[in-house]
Design a protein around this ligand. Structure first.
Ligand code: G3I
Length: 368
C-alpha cells in the first residue's frame, strides 16, 4: 500500500510545529513545496484548465488551484460555441468569472481558444459561407480577445489547424474555416487578435507532436512551415504543445528535444498547454497504474522542461474527477475511471504530482 500524502491541514500543522508558518505570507498560497513554488523558483508557469463551475462548487479543488498554480486556462468557457450559441448574442458569464478570479488571485490567464473547428456554434458553418462570412470570424476574434485586453496574457488564437490526412495544401485541416476562406484565415485571425490586444502573447496550439510514431513525426514536420510563416509576419509569439500523452506510446527523447530546439530557433515561446497522461493501455490496478503514469510523465517532462524556450506547463484539469478522458467516447474499455492527472478524485496527491514536482525541480532556471 502506498503511503497517503499529508493533506493541506496536516502540512500546515507540521509546518507550524517547526515554526515555519511565520514566514508564510498568505494562507492558501504559501506551501513551500507546492508546484507553484517549484515552478516559480525556475521562472516557469504551472497551472491547469478549469471551469468556473468547478472552482465555485469544489472547495478542495479551489484550494489546490490556489496552492499549486500561478496560471489558469479556460477549459471551455472561452470557446465560440459557449460564447455565442445564438448568433449576435454573446454570453461571457463563465469567461468573465474566470478572468476575474485570475485577476483577484494574480494568476496568469490563458485564453482558449478563439478559432477551433470543433467548437463553433451550430449556426456558424453555414453563416461563414454567406457573403460577408469572413467578417463573422474576424468579429468573433476581435470581440473575445478585445474584451479581455490587458487581462489575458496568452491566447490560443488558432487551435488544431493542421491535419495532413485531410490532404489539403500546407497539411491544413479541412475545417469549415479553410473551406470558406482558404489558408489565409489563420494569418487573418492572428492579425485581428494582435490588433485586439497588442499586449497578449499569441499562440498556435495543437496536439500529437510528442511520440516517435510516424504520424507524430509527420505533424512535427508539418507544423514548422506554418509557424515560420506566421513568425515572419510577427503574428505568432508561441506554440502550445497540448501534450496529451498516453502510456505505451513510443517516445524518443532525442528527436523530441530536437523538435523543441527547432521551435525555439524560430523564436517561439513554448507552452505545454493540455498535459495529461492516458492510462487506457494499463492494467486496472490503481497503484501500478499510477506508478507507470508518473514514470512516463517524468521521462517526458524532463526532456520538455530542459528546453528554456518552454515557459510553462498546464495540466488539462487538476483532479481525475474533472478529466475529459472519462467522457463516453474516450473512457477505458473496462469501465475503470481514468487517472491521468496529479490529484485523485478525493483531491489527494498522486505519484504524478510528485513526478511533476521532480521535473520542475530538475528544470534549468529560466533567465528573465
Ligand atoms: O455543459 C454541457 C451540459 O450542460 C450538458 O448536459 C452536457 C451533455 O453532453 O454537455 C456539457 O457540455 C460539454 C462540455 O464539455 C462540459 O462538460 C460538451 O458537450 C462537451 O463537448 C465539452 O467537451 C469539451 C471538449 O473540449 C469540446 O469543447 C471538454 O470538456 C474539453 O476538455 C475538451 O478540451 C479539448 C481542448 O479544448 C482542445 N484540445 C483537446 C481537448 C480534449 O478534447
Amino acid at each position: 500500500m502506498t503511503q497517503r500524502e499529508p493533506n493541506r491541514r496536516e502540512t500546515l500543522l507540521g509546518l507550524a510545529a517547526v515554526g515555519a508558518t511565520a514566514c508564510l505570507p498568505g494562507a492558501a498560497t504559501a506551501d513551500i513545496d507546492s508546484l507553484k513554488a517549484r515552478a516559480e523558483r525556475k521562472g516557469l508557469l504551472f497551472g491547469c484548465a478549469v471551469t468556473s463551475r468547478e472552482l465555485r462548487s469544489e472547495p478542495a479543488l479551489r484550494e489546490a488551484v490556489l496552492r499549486d498554480c500561478n496560471a489558469l486556462v479556460a477549459t471551455n468557457e472561452m470557446k465560440w460555441g459557449v460564447i455565442e450559441p445564438a448568433r449576435g448574442r454573446r454570453v461571457y458569464a463563465g469567461a468573465d468569472w474566470l478572468v476575474d478570479f485570475a485577476t483577484e488571485h494574480r494568476l496568469t490567464m490563458r485564453g482558449h481558444t478563439a478559432v477551433w473547428h470543433q467548437n463553433p456554434p451550430l449556426w456558424v458553418p453555414n453563416a461563414l459561407r454567406e457573403p460577408g462570412g469572413r467578417a463573422l470570424l474576424e468579429e468573433h476574434v476581435r470581440a473575445v480577445v478585445g474584451r479581455y485586453r490587458g487581462r489575458i496574457a496568452q491566447w490560443d488564437v488558432v487551435n488544431e489547424a493542421i491535419f495532413h490526412k485531410d490532404r489539403q495544401p500546407g497539411a491544413l485541416r479541412n475545417s469549415p474555416f479553410l473551406q470558406a476562406f482558404g489558408e489565409g484565415y489563420i494569418a487573418d485571425a492572428f492579425r485581428v487578435a494582435r490588433e485586439a490586444d497588442p499586449t497578449a502573447k499569441l499562440y498556435y496550439n495543437d496536439f500529437a507532436f510528442e511520440s516517435s510514431e510516424v504520424s507524430h513525426e509527420e505533424r512535427r514536420r508539418d507544423v514548422l512551415p506554418l509557424l515560420e510563416s506566421l513568425r515572419r509576419q510577427n503574428l505568432v509569439d508561441g506554440i502550445g504543445l497540448q501534450a496529451h500523452l498516453q502510456v505505451g506510446d513510443p517516445f524518443d527523447p532525442r528527436r523530441y528535444r530536437r523538435f523543441l530546439s527547432d521551435l525555439a530557433d524560430i523564436g517561439l515561446d513554448i507552452m505545454l498547454t493540455e498535459f495529461d497522461v492516458a492510462d487506457r493501455r494499463l492494467e486496472a490496478d490503481t497503484a501500478a497504474r499510477d506508478r507507470k503514469v508518473a514514470d512516463y510523465a517524468r521521462a517526458y517532462l524532463d526532456v520538455a522542461l530542459d528546453e528554456s524556450a518552454v515557459k510553462g506547463l498546464l495540466t488539462w484539469g487538476l483532479s481525475d474527477r474533472n478529466t475529459w478522458l472519462n467522457a463516453d467516447q474516450w473512457r477505458r474499455k473496462d469501465g475503470v475511471p481514468a487517472r491521468p492527472l496529479p490529484y485523485d478524485d478525493a483531491m489527494d496527491r498522486k505519484p504524478l504530482w510528485h513526478a511533476i514536482a521532480g521535473s520542475l525541480d530538475a528544470a534549468p532556471v529560466r533567465k528573465a
